[in-house]
Design a protein around this ligand. Structure first.
Ligand SMILES: [Zn+2]
Ligand SMILES: [Zn+2]
Length: 386
């Protein structure tokens, strides 16, 4: 039997279980590094499918590695399963998990016959700058892998979405309390420091590239209107097209926060700084194969005119993509006008269109893995770089 047909038949056999997995994760959202149920459900299903599974790998309790096949070409499939605070699976990581498991089980059916090893890596904490994949990459989870793939839900299909480099960090200003009306001259206003910083960032926007992003929230603004705020806190994200451009604007944004401290006399501390996410570098050849396979399954890719590609979010898959050939296509779930990180998108992540995206995304990834194994020049390129 043709390997793609064999993979498809295997997928069809597990399709109900894969759908149930997606819906179960969606119904039990877990934040980054706390995805205990989701990672266990994936590990159990992969064990049952004959994978060699290790849970809690590389000092990350909710990470896992599951391998099938013994061939020389190692293909990594990344499974995310973390949610967002307050709005659940508003980024559809339940679909990412289901697609990775479905693709892995389908491709495993022909792995030995095609000289493949399929490695599903359970990667915690993609949201909120958690950087699970960065830790896994640094600790060796991707060692020996020749290519890496994952598929992410979005309103529409896009093979090579622009994903920005980013840096998450926290800001803390410490001032001095005083009675806001009786003794204001004795206070140091930490909320004013944050206001000055926000105004300075607003003015900085004139000088940012159209692909740069600066955004944040105040997480602590003061205790009472009649106490001069002595402690204010914020979390901010700076993004740019590449790590180089990020390094260019990051000091400019930091100077805005310093301006707040200078103007008010409050003390500034940068806290909880996360390792930067790199831009996503899609491997063009693997991306083209994914597109052809997805189109063969009936998916359509809306044409994006040159220069009209919108800046997307960011992903720690970017760091993986700088280390080995990778793809991170977006798969459409027909959610518009609902978009990622809206509660309306959460609701869209268990619709019939979302379930269809799991079928198509899983099979397109499995078939792409088969192409990587069977197209001789590409196989040689991938094997040659390890
Ligand atoms: Zn997200
Ligand atoms: Zn996401």
């Amino acid at each position: 039997m043709d390997p793609k047909t064999a993979a498809q038949q295997r997928f069809t056999a597990v399709q109900p279980a894969v759908m149930a997995l997606s819906h179960r994760i969606h119904a039990h959202p877990e934040l980054g590094f706390a995805e205990e149920q989701a990672s266990t459900w994936l590990a159990e299903m992969l064990t049952e499918a004959g994978f060699r599974v290790s849970q809690g790998v590389y000092d990350l309790p909710t990470a896992f590695i599951a391998e099938a096949g013994h061939g020389p070409l190692h293909i990594a499939l990344c499974a995310e399963y973390d949610c967002l605070p307050g709005i659940g699976h508003a980024c559809g990581h339940n679909l990412i998990a289901a697609m990775a498991v479905g693709a892995g089980i389908a491709a495993a059916q022909v792995a030995d016959e095609l000289g493949l090893t399929i490695r599903i890596i359970g990667t915690p904490a993609e949201e909120l700058g958690g950087g699970g994949k960065i830790m896994l990459l640094e600790r060796g989870a991707f060692a020996g892998a020749h290519a890496a793939m994952m598929v992410h839900p979005s309103p529409t299909d896009n093979v090579t979405p622009q994903m920005l480099a980013n840096h998450h960090f926290g800001v803390r200003y410490t001032g001095k309390e005083a009675h806001a009306s009786a003794y204001p001259e004795l206070g140091i206003n930490a909320a004013d420091a944050l206001t000055v910083a926000q105004v300075a960032i607003g003015l900085l926007r004139q000088h940012l590239r159209s692909t740069d992003r600066v955004h944040g929230i105040v997480t602590k603004g003061g205790e009472a209107p009649n106490i001069i705020p002595a402690l204010t806190m914020a979390r901010y994200i700076v993004r740019a097209k590449t790590l180089d451009e990020l390094e260019d604007i990051r000091p400019k944004v930091m100077r805005c926060f310093e301006a707040g401290a200078l103007a008010t006399g409050a003390q500034l501390e940068i806290v909880g700084s996360r390792p930067p996410y790199a831009q996503m570098q899609h491997d063009p050849e693997i991306a083209a194969l994914y597109r052809r396979n997805a189109e063969a399954l009936g998916r359509q890719f809306p044409a994006i005119e040159a220069g009209q590609q919108r800046s997307g979010g960011s992903t720690d898959m970017g760091n993986v993509s700088l280390a080995l050939p990778s793809i991170h296509p977006m798969i459409g779930i027909q959610s518009l006008p609902a978009v990622n990180h809206q509660p309306e998108f959460t609701a869209h992540c268990i619709t019939a269109a979302a379930d269809q995206a799991i079928v198509d995304g899983a099979l397109a990834m499995a078939w792409t893995a088969i192409d990587l194994a069977t197209q001789a020049p590409l196989r040689q390129r991938l094997l040659g770089r390890a």
